[in-house]
Write a protein that binds this ligand. Structure first.
Ligand SMILES: [Zn+2]
Length: 697
């Protein structure tokens, strides 16, 4: 039996082969289309039972099977898998696009909304019906046939373009290697990064050290390598990935081969056309229909206000950095490839500790238990590893269950922590199965436990003198881990019983970062850090003095970092609102313009940031990148209730229970603003964010 078609339990990752994908997708599409046909031709008035439920069931099977293929494509990419994935992607996209445009289904949802049953559906199911009507309008269900046809073509092309954008970026990243044979060029780089570079050179049968553009290899060089030439080489390669530029070190014949420039223009053109067909002025308006923010202008105003608040702090940050570079490091003309290096030196000078020092206290085998203890204390749940009988896609992946105190299963998650070739960069959470409660009369009666994928790209454990040491994480990496775990808890701790609004489903995109960014705050609490740190050699927890230094350094360069996020957000919002992809101005020129307005550090001309901006061209953040800052207002303000009610300990189970009940449990069953008010007792304010970032007088 095809493992992708087995919905009886957990995904069967070790059984799944690339050749299973096409038959599974084919069969599910045939079955689903038959279900749809049955629903369409049903003469009885649409009800939840005869209409919505069979539709949800059919779509759930497809999304689970296709989700497993997509997941493997992202974490265990191979040429074979990529081929079948890209071959099936248009078919799946076409199915969803057709579904979104289905006139008859749209009418049935409309008549359900106006039926007697609707009033008795309950709040959650009403919300699902309303969301469906909204999505049908955004899917073009109301359009005349010719426009529908065009709309469909656009969606298919867009989804293929996004996938190619990501492939190009991954290939361009993989197609760079820098071999260093002379140890003198490597002074300053920490030992563990060197060991990793040496191991990867060894793997290829060459002597010396091999560096790549993957974060665990790239970042330590940028932060610590004393050789300016080495930093420049890597910076040039990194910042021109997937562009027309040829960077030294890019493997033979691949320079320019993965250029994303034409894709970017085409994507913008198509999004604009799509918006026009739907009757909107620009794509940003389409994007905002399902978000908390209501107009592009409201978002621009929010960003500009925050930029004005952050600007003085950013200017101060930069002045300090330049001053330090000139007087202490002899770098009169600080270049882009010096910024991380100088920053780290300044930080060590000012706060007398380094990331490397902190890292020794954050081995995986104390970070994970520490993080789990925090949420166990906050929510009264129990997390256990399950080592037997689980099929994983890589031996490094771990699997955990979450139970309540009575031992009842709440949900499960996979944890895939380390960077490796064939795995997409960054950190992300994805849902594999969503919580739902099935009709007690149906064969599959009962609660379906949710299942999540948590993915990061941290350094893997290395062997020192034949002995495997635990992976050591930087504090930043721990923050990323908490962030993704926050998304995971949002998905897993939901109490919603219907698919469409369970967990992260149906949550406004600009509110979806609330639970994740919320979790980051705990990485700055003494009672959490004390439990979570254990020096890899001495086994001592981190000293209060070192932690105090970390706290003092927490908002180091917060002004510059805030402006950087605002720069990307403004770029994204302008691209999708008032930018003309066929006009005189290029995408790069728009970015340059925005940088002149808000940035304090202007990257060099050869920098091709847009070509690797996968959030908006390869992912779902188009006209939505501002969500990070928007949601940070919410998450900081939510966290401030824990601070207020802490009485010396923020790990407060009462506030935790309230947060679970009003924010995590409700998923998309009501507007995010309502959930926020239910938790916080008032509308969100920006004050806590400014205070947490040290941007208050
Ligand atoms: Zn996130």
């Amino acid at each position: 039996m095809n493992p992708l078609l087995d919905f009886s339990g957990l995904p069967r990752f070790t059984d799944i082969r690339p050749e299973h994908v096409t038959p599974a997708v084919n069969q599910l599409l045939v079955e689903n289309r038959a279900v749809l046909e049955g629903i369409r031709s049903e003469l009885a008035a649409p009800t939840w039972e005869n209409f919505v439920e069979p539709l949800e069931d059919a779509n759930e099977r497809l999304s689970r099977a296709w989700g497993q293929a997509s997941h493997l494509n992202a974490v265990a990419n191979s040429p074979e898998l990529r081929n079948v994935y890209n071959a099936n992607l248009p078919l799946v996209t076409q199915y969803y696009a057709e579904l979104g445009q289905d006139q008859i289904l749209f009418e049935k949802f409309t008549s359900l909304k106006h039926s007697d049953q609707y009033e008795n559906l309950g709040r959650a199911r009403k919300k699902i019906v309303e969301n469906a009507l909204r999505d049908f309008r955004l899917g073009g269900a109301h359009l005349p046939p010719a426009e529908k046809e065009r709309f469909l073509q656009i969606q298919e092309e867009l989804s293929a373009l996004s996938s190619t954008f990501n492939d190009n970026l991954l290939d361009a990243t993989n197609n760079f290697a820098l071999h260093v044979r002379n140890a003198e060029e490597l002074t300053g780089i920490p030992e563990d990064a060197l060991q990793m570079a040496q191991a990867s050179a060894e793997q290829e049968g060459v002597t010396g050290w091999k560096f790549s553009l993957h974060a665990p290899s790239y970042l330590p060089v940028m932060q610590y390598a004393d050789s300016r030439a080495l930093r420049e080489k890597l910076y040039r390669a990194y910042s021109t990935r997937a562009s027309e530029t040829e960077a030294p070190g890019v493997l033979a014949d691949t320079a320019g081969k993965y250029d994303n420039t034409p894709l970017i223009r085409r994507i913008l053109e198509l999004r604009k056309e799509e918006a026009r067909i739907l009757g909107f002025d620009c794509y940003a308006e389409v994007s905002l229909v399902s978000k908390m923010a209501s107009t592009p202008q409201q978002v621009l105003d929010f960003l500009n206000e925050l930029a004005a608040r952050a600007r003085p702090y950013a200017e101060r940050d930069l002045a300090e950095l330049r001053e330090f570079a000139a007087t202490r490091l002899g770098l009169e003309d600080m270049e882009a490839w010096d910024v991380a290096y100088v920053s780290e030196k300044l930080r060590i000078d000012r706060y007398a500790f380094s990331d490397q020092e902190v890292k020794q206290y954050l081995p995986e085998n104390s970070v994970l238990p520490g993080m789990f203890k925090l949420v166990q204390d906050l929510y009264g749940i129990i997390i256990n590893p399950i080592n037997e009988g689980i099929q994983l896609w890589h031996p490094d992946v771990k699997f955990f269950s979450i139970n309540d105190k009575e031992g009842k299963l709440i949900g499960n998650f996979y944890l895939d922590l380390y960077a490796r070739p064939g795995k997409r960069g960054g950190g992300w959470m994805d849902d594999a199965v969503s919580r739902r409660v099935r009709d007690p009369r149906s064969a599959a009666a009962g609660i379906q436990a949710p299942l999540a994928y948590l993915n990061c790209n941290f350094s893997a454990p290395i062997r020192v003198d034949g002995e495997r040491r635990p992976a050591l994480f930087t504090h930043d990496e721990v923050i990323t881990l908490f962030h993704e775990f926050g998304h995971g808890l949002h998905h897993l701790l939901t109490q919603v019983e219907d698919l469409g609004i369970s967990g992260i489903h149906g949550v406004e995109w600009d509110a979806v970062e609330l639970p994740s960014q919320f979790m980051e705050n705990f990485c700055w609490e003494w009672e959490v850090m004390r439990n979570m740190t254990k020096h890899v050699d001495t086994r001592e927890p981190v000293a209060r003095t070192l932690f105090d230094k970390m706290l003092a350094a927490k908002n180091f360069q917060a002004g510059m970092q805030t402006l950087r996020q605002i720069e990307f957000s403004l770029f994204d919002m302008h691209l999708h609102s008032d930018f003309d992809p066929n006009g005189e101005k290029t995408v790069q020129q728009l970015l340059d313009e925005i940088r002149r307005q808000v940035a304090v550090i202007i990257p060099p001309e050869f920098n091709r940031f847009p070509n690797s901006f996968s959030h908006i061209f390869g992912g779902g953040y188009a006209a939505g990148y501002y969500s990070y800052k928007w949601a940070e207002v919410l998450s900081a303000d939510a966290y401030s209730l824990f601070e207020e009610s802490s009485a010396g300990n923020v790990v407060n189970p009462e506030t935790g229970a309230l947060f679970w009940n009003e924010i995590l449990a409700v998923g998309g069953s009501r507007p995010a603003l309502e959930s926020f008010i239910a938790f916080r007792g008032r509308e969100p304010k920006i004050d806590a964010l400014l205070r947490h970032s040290g941007m208050t007088a």
